[in-house]
Design a protein around this ligand. Sequence first.
Ligand code: NZE
Length: 389
Amino acid sequence: KLNKPHQFWQTQPMPNINEMDKLLPGPIQQGVLAEVRKDPLNLIDKFEWFNVDLRNEEQAQQVYTLLKENYVEDDDNMFRFDYSIDFLRWALLPPGQYSDWLIGVRVNQKLVGFITGIPVTLYIENEQNKIKMTEINFLCVHKKIRANRLAPVLIKEITRRVHIKNMWQAVYTAGIVVPTPISQTRYYHRSLNAKKLIEVGFSSLSARQTISRQQKLYKLPEEPKTPGLRPMKKKDVAQVTKLLNDYLKNFKLYFKYSEEEVKHWFLPRKDVISTYVVEKEQGVVTDFLSFYNLPSQVIKNPKHTHLRAAYSYYNVATQTPIVQLMYDALILAKNEGYDVFNALDIMDNDKFLKELMFCPGDGQLNYYLYNWKLESNMLKPEEIGIVLV
Ligand SMILES: CN(C)Cc1n[nH]c2ccc(-c3ccc(F)cc3OCCn3ccnc3)cc12
């Protein structure tokens, strides 16, 4: 059958250009629980479904290797994400996780396909639209079996498993454009280790630039400036939860976090997530910053195998100026050994990107809502209050 563009996505409940103004805001299709298929979708011969247990070392290794070798690359195929096992356990074993939402496809015991969902409650455009749904991520098919149309089957199967739980919406992001983004955000990079970025080909020097000039340009102080800045501890959970929830309700797309969820998503985990709070006198926490660790494998380079990248997560500045708070984030990331600090132009990030010398990346990250029509056709990046890893 002719592979017309988005053959699969035309069959899905997503708003498309010409019917955009006909659809009412809210669900595009009303789900009927009784009609949800109870058994898994059929797979081609020799392929079998299996629920990945990320706590099992061997299965976690299989997921790690599949992603390391077959997951997302940059547009020039120079870098590929290298999510660690500890990171995957952080990202995919949050409170309330379902064991059948980490879906693998195997051939002769070898993992060749993967897709994940985690349960979230998303607020869409206002406090009334509080929707329990799934956050989809890590869709990956082994490079060697890409032509089998396995990705649509993985998407349909996780959709079925979400429907069975009486949930009918999903949120996800991707570097590619398929029907139909709700927002198109851009990513920015701030050099921390100019020499290495040039050596791996991430940055390039123009005629008048030299490595030492670049190093001087991006040089950072040894220590952060903000008094009272320190790593987050368990005793900060209640205050961080309050700061975060009060901040996020400014946006059109946001989660509301329980203290349990703040413990999971923000308490520091070595080489996974770093969170620092600003503690004033009498133990009052007024601000916090956070970034996560996602290295990229440098695909072909004689000198370096990895690019160490820190990604801006959630930052709340109520007393410290956001530029100063994020300047300290750069210093902390540099001291933790990162080569580059990445950030999207979502939330209030636009307020510090230019001043802190971030450079625009070469692509975009598109946000999607499955089976939901927004009141406004698109959201501006600064209206997005969720970060997907
Ligand atoms: C979000 N999560 C779903 C992973 C994912 N998938 N597709 C992507 C495309 C861009 C970004 C991204 C997000 C934030 C950022 F600051 C830089 C980024 O990409 C740099 C360029 N790049 C792409 C791949 N390797 C390097 C993430 C992703």
